[in-house]
Design a protein around this ligand. Sequence first.
Ligand code: NI
Length: 167
Amino acid sequence: MSKLDILEFPDPRLRLKAHPVETFDAALARLADDMLETMYAAPGIGLAATQVNVQRRLLVLDVSEAHDDPRIFVNPELLEARGTEVCQEGCLSFPGVYADVERKDWVRVRAQDVTGKPFELETDGLLAVCVQHEMDHLVGKVFVDYLSPLKRTLLLRKLEKQRRHAG
Ligand code: NI
């Protein structure tokens, strides 16, 4: 496995739309493994292929405390969603900043595993929020898009500041 570089906002490649995965081969399995390694190392709880500059409909996540529940979603589709929930979100493409975002509280998602086998997941809470956040990346959307212009400006200013200190 190897660690991949994560694109950081405002990299325009974060706005690219991912294409469906059609080939379920060893390269796809390796990419999913590399994305998991990259996500754990960051550390983070979710990562979309878009964030590592691969325009394929693939995302990985693990919301468990022990980091022992890796999940891989290929070609995920939202089938149903209910309720609303406000959750504080962060994103590996926005290191060090967080904001409250309103999402659906319960979702039903259909996806495929790395071998192409279809599965469905019904979930709520953090996992539901995380799936929605990562699915957004696959269509070029990021969590700050949900914020009011003022809140977004403040958050992006903070992001810049963090970057200067880190550099
Ligand atoms: Ni993100």
